[in-house]
Design a binder for this molecule. Structure first.
Ligand code: FAD
Ligand code: SF4
Ligand code: SF4
Length: 479
């Protein structure tokens, strides 16, 4: 009888790729997990029980065919595993690195539910596509036949890029406009290198360019070019601009020097540490944590990224103020544990009341909180404890309280672009169609701050509908 290659979860324990020691990794911006060796990837993939109804797949926003590519990896058929993996995911190696797997695919793996430890789906996904790159299996998105229609995409983040890839493969002429000088959006300038090294993103931009996608960088739509000009130049336009307006803090002293926005801080760090760019605010110390007592306010993934960046920049101390407790924080538990290992101190159940210092911040006035009854979302609401305030000395305070959409209607002089009451662009579910003919929207600008994997899903779905709409228009023209 043929040897059963799968269902090894009873004998083989869950194992992640090796994580670099905190004392070593906290001095550089390289990724913290090593690559699986071939034998390890095969072994870990073989733990999958090949469920008839794979919950991992139904909880992956891209509905990746996980059981199949695990099976092919376990049996050494990596090129086929890559073909299946890339059929549903434009950037599998990126998702393998930065999806919050504990909330998505891995968190719903049945062998995790039975107490055996989830299949390490994300690490295997990363291994398959990193190998595909090494082996030259990843090809440019060049089409077999060119089409005459052109699509302008505003925003080169994962949503815009996923749409660009699908449309270009179908032969559409694609131009991506971005106000940054490089593509990738938050993959490049938001997420730090220790989670996602930048050559992984840059090779994807090059792959798209090699396939014929044109990028127009340093083009801030609404300023360097109007929305109407872009609409006039293309048969369809996809808005994929993400959300960049930082939520702010109020209270005495909130405008002092030394209190900065997370996105400015992370962008400066990503530019200097990963690309060697010169950033005056980093060089002047304004956006550099070196030698400083750093306080980060917030409990989400952006806060975790700021905290761990400050550690790597050589801060004297790095503390996180968060108004709920560990169990109720929005950030990933895995990233919180990584931050703690690297030396971050968490001050749970604390919130800023104001800031001390004449011109420059010297301390955060902190008030202590306790958890009250659950709110409408089921999370316990923080309540103030009277008379328990204290001062937390600080030279640099980083505000990581979340992001909201910019006011595109005003910035673009486009009142006809419908937005929701949260300021996100109103777009049809799945297709991304807005109320404006030929204008679509995808990713965070529709969902609000979300995840890379959802932006990819939106971009892919939208591209499919743009193509369908082109067919419909062609049919009408032919009548
Ligand atoms: P973005 O990635 O924001 O890209 C939008 C692009 O549009 C940008 O390049 C921007 O320059 C461009 N743009 C905006 N306005 C204009 C304009 N007017 N003209 C021209 N160009 C414009 N998600 C995860 O899944 N895992 C993580 O670990 C994770 N970590 C994160 C860490 C941080 C610090 C942040 C801020 C977010 C993180 N996210 C993470 C969320 C994730 O990055 C986003 O959900 C995702 O990038 C959204 O993709 P997008 O394409 O919609 O927008
Ligand atoms: Fe899991 Fe994300 Fe990969 Fe889907 S894309 S299988 S959620 S890591
Ligand atoms: Fe394999 Fe887990 Fe998915 Fe089942 S849920 S198919 S065991 S990875």
């Amino acid at each position: 009888m043929a040897k059963q290659p799968m269902l090894k979860f009873v004998k083989i324990e869950r194992d992640m790729p090796e994580k670099r020691e905190a004392s070593v990794r906290s001095h550089d911006f390289d990724e913290i997990y090593a690559e699986f060796a071939k034998a390890k990837a095969e072994e870990q993939a073989s733990r999958c029980s090949q469920c008839g109804v794979p919950y991992c797949q139904s909880h992956c926003p891209l509905h990746n065919n996980i059981p199949d590519w695990l099976n092919l990896t376990a049996t050494g058929r990596l090129e086929e595993a890559y073909e299946i993996s890339q059929a549903t995911n434009t950037f599998p190696e990126i998702c393998g690195r930065i999806c919050p797997q504990d909330r998505l695919c891995e968190g719903n793996c049945v062998i995790e539910q039975s107490g055996h430890g989830t299949v390490t789906i994300g690490s295997v996904e990363k291994y398959i596509t990193d190998t595909a790159w090494e082996q030259g299996w990843v090809k440019p998105a060049a089409p077999a036949v060119e089409r005459s229609e052109s699509v302008g995409i505003i925003g080169a983040g994962p949503g815009g890029l996923a749409a660009a890839d699908m449309l270009r493969r179908a032969g559409v002429q694609v131009i991506v406009y971005d106000r940054y000088d490089r593509g990738g959006g938050l993959l490049t300038y938001g997420i730090p290198g220790f989670k996602l090294e930048k050559d992984v993103v840059m090779r994807r931009i090059k792959q798209l360019e090699d396939g014929g996608v044109r990028f127009v960088f340093n083009c801030n739509v609404g300023q360097d070019m109007s929305f109407d000009e872009i609409r006039d130049q293309h048969d369809a336009v996809i808005i994929a601009t993400g959300v960049y307006k930082s939520r702010d803090l109020r209270g005495p002293g909130a405008g002092a020097k030394g209190i900065v926005k997370a996105i400015d801080y992370l962008t400066a760090s990503n530019r200097t540490a990963n690309f060697g760019d010169s950033v005056p605010e980093f060089e002047s110390g304004e956006l550099n944590a070196k030698g400083k007592r750093v306080v980060v306010i917030g409990g989400g993934d952006t806060a975790m990224d700021c905290l761990r960046t400050a550690i790597r920049q050589g801060a004297e101390s790095v503390k996180c103020l968060y108004r709920r407790d560990r169990a109720n924080m929005p950030g990933s538990q895995r990233e919180t544990a990584n931050a703690e290992e690297e030396g971050v101190q968490f001050e749970w159940l604390t919130a800023p009341k104001g800031f001390k210092g004449d011109e420059t911040v010297e301390a955060v006035m902190v008030q202590k909180m306790r958890l009250g009854l659950p709110d409408a979302t089921g999370r316990q609401s923080p309540e103030l404890i009277e008379g328990a305030d204290y001062e937390e000395p600080a030279d640099l305070v980083i505000k990581a309280l979340g992001f909201e959409p910019e006011d595109l209607q005003t910035l673009w002089g486009a009142p006809e672009l419908e937005v929701t009451r949260w300021g996100t662009v109103k777009a049809e579910f799945t297709s991304g169609r807005t109320a404006l003919p030929g204008v679509y929207a995808v990713g965070d600008i529709v969902r609000g701050a979300s995840l890379v994997v959802w932006a990819i899903r939106d971009g892919r779905d939208c591209a499919e509908h743009v193509l369908k709409d082109f067919e419909k228009l062609a049919a009408i023209a032919a009548e």
